[in-house]
Design a protein around this ligand. Structure first.
Ligand code: ISE
Length: 333
């Protein structure tokens, strides 16, 4: 049976998800898409074959033909719409971050706990990226000993005008928060944010170096450079006791000409993580049929908000900030 999907938000990510659900995912079809800009919603609906374009996001959640909801609206709306899906009893894939602050993230966890059923998956798509997945498997094989440190590079060509230094941590570095917990199977215990010399082309502290320590004593360092100009570049290198594990930035062809070797870089995360988004969305739809949740949970999303809260605090104080939260047993094990 095909699952009717409703999408909230027809911006860059909402449109991308609509194309993926319509063209690359089996067992699902698009029912409705909403956006505050009705013309934008109608445009994406026409392109992807969604039955309805509406301007009220709650109408998507209420729609009887919508069996599952994908949220790709602005970050500040994620928690409220996710809670509305939980209250309607509908599975939801919510784009990261779960919320801009831990206090808001916790509201979602509490709503899911009181509903008594796992319904939320967070759109941390890197967990489905073949490079990170293989890195995790290789580490877990034990062949290279224990992981000691994890070097991460997160570069965007340019950051949106509305970004500031805190947004760089809450919206961008949150990916490394989730993926390092996933790859290392460890919790992050502290964070320290360092400002580098600021690029003249940046309108906030850019680049920054964010250093986490895990509960197992490993260091995770993230070079966060969101106005790198030259393209989208995400890399990771795991330092283990008897070797290192890393993956390349893209799988593109290599050109050798006129004495130069060249490979192209993606302009942004959508082509770079195209496989990850496709696998994530398919796994989400499959998990609804099997009843076995996959990917990041609301709890993972909440933990990420506690870490980014601590990162923003470190940015302000210049100090190392310990990461602390109260465990919520029950649904999350
Ligand atoms: C954006 O929202 C993403 O999720 C991208 O993966 C990330 O690289 C970018 O910095 C974020 O703004």
């Amino acid at each position: 049976m095909s699952i009717g999907v409703g999408i909230i938000g027809a911006g860059v990510m909402g449109a991308d998800h609509a194309r993926i659900i319509a063209g690359q995912v089996a067992g699902a079809h698009l029912v409705a898409i909403s956006d505050a800009d009705g013309a934008r919603a109608r445009g994406v609906a026409a392109e992807t074959g969604a039955k309805r374009a509406v301007d009220d996001p709650l109408a998507v959640i209420r729609d009887p033909e919508v069996g599952a909801v994908l949220i790709a609206s602005p970050d500040t709306t994620h928690a409220d719409y996710t809670i509305a899906c939980i209250e309607a009893g509908k599975p939801v894939l919510c784009e990261k971050p779960l919320a801009p602050t831990a206090a808001e993230g916790l509201r979602v966890v509490e709503a899911e706990l009181s509903g008594g059923k796992r319904l939320v998956q967070l759109g941390f798509m890197r967990r489905f990226d073949p490079g990170y997945m293989e890195m995790k498997e290789l580490l877990a094989s034990g062949r290279y000993g224990e992981a000691l440190a994890f070097h991460c590079i997160h570069r965007n060509a340019t950051a949106p005008a509305h970004f500031d230094s805190a947004a760089a941590i809450v919206n961008s570095c949150v990916h490394e928060v989730d993926i390092s917990r996933f790859v290392l199977a460890a919790e992050l215990a502290s964070v320290h944010v360092f400002r580098a010399k600021r690029s003249k082309l940046a309108h906030f502290d850019d680049p920054m170096l964010v250093v986490f320590e895990t509960g197992k004593g490993q260091l995770v360092d993230v070079e966060l450079f969101l106005n790198a100009q030259y393209g989208y570049d995400v890399k990771g290198e795991l330092i283990c006791e008897t070797g290192t594990i890393s993956f390349g930035p893209t799988l593109n062809t290599e050109i050798r000409s006129a004495g130069v070797t060249a490979t192209s870089l993606a302009p942004d995360w959508r082509p770079r993580f195209a496989a990850a988004y496709r696998i994530q969305n398919q796994s989400w739809i499959d998990s609804i049929s099997t009843g076995r949740p996959v990917g990041s949970s609301a709890w993972d999303g909440f933990i990420a908000t506690t870490v980014t809260d601590a990162g923003v605090k470190s940015l302000k104080t210049g100090e190392t900030v310990a990461i602390a939260y109260e465990k919520r047993p029950g649904l999350y094990g």
